[in-house]
Design a protein around this ligand. Sequence first.
Ligand code: ZN
Length: 401
Amino acid sequence: MTTITAMTARALPRAGDDRRDANAAAVLRTVLDHGPVARSRVAALTGLSASAVSRQVVDLMGVGLLREHPELSGTGTLGRPQLPVDVDTDRLAVAGLHIGVPYTTFALLDLRGRVLHRQEISNRGRTGFAVLRPLLARLPRLIAARRGERTVVGVGAVTGGTVDPVRGVTIRHNPLDWRDMPLRDLLREATGLPVQVDNHARALTRAEILFGHPAARRSVVQLFVGHVVDAALAVAGAVHLGPPSPTGDVGHLPVPDSDEPCHCGRRGCLAVAASDTTLFAAAAREGITAGPDRAGLIAAVREGDRRADRLVRERARVIGRALALLADVVNPDLLVLTETFALLDPVYLDVVRSEFALRSHLHRDADLLIAQQRGADALAVAAGAAVLGELYARPFRTLAS
Ligand SMILES: [Zn+2]
């Protein structure tokens, strides 16, 4: 810790120096996209002067965000060798927590969003504060044991439900039985680190913008289907945060041709028609699994159980219909689906795509619809992206917080 603290003391700009932070962010993001890259090319891509880029690179190297790439790429104008620069993936790390119903995912990520360590911690059926109590006690040791030589500069914590990232509070998460849970303050107190809290669909979207498909920078809709169903929207690289804090709630979007009863009193709401809870319960009802069981259903699908295959295909069609509605309203450049079975077997993504193409009134090409590419790491990366997004947007201020 002391090494980086000493460096930040030297290189950090004065508080409130927003313009310098914006220039630093432009340099950092350009190196993220193009690194290893020559300073002169960074200048051309950002529109900043060569001397401004050089100053920023020195400061960003000083705080551990950039490093010089060891390979020489010609010489500078004054005869000094000009080394290309890249994002430093060795000195700093961020921690990510996705707090879900069955388990919490803990991860450490490097600055390119690559997972250095990931583990699931069972929540053993706990709800309310009982989910957090053991986690808060264990987290400092987990970080210390796994960070190695790296300095951990922040914790990103994401959950489903309604989350206010400005106050750092999960306002409402029904399956966890949380109301106004002050997640940021609790985690900051436990770890002594800066904490960013967000909704997991928004965090998945942020991860896609930072490290994913290039079209996500233009506009993207993300649909997360798990025990909860959440969506998020980003335009021109900015993740939408509606007033007062939720992105919006797609949970009660009526899905055509579905009549599952919802707790809201209506039938055919997406949150029920498409959720893992409904799917796993159906598998149990049909005797495919002994009880509602994620691993059991995945195993049945892998073994070619026809009833399991039919249930998963039915759900894929429900998701395709919902995505067609979302795409027709927003008309995004990219649709990203985060769902277990579309990832498990591309056949199920094809079912979603076919239904999508059939139902979309805009007749969008189904190729705009992709499955979340990170597999089991998706939620870990999203959790880390809550803090990495801040780091890439306001590097010095984030490190000084
Ligand atoms: Zn409903």
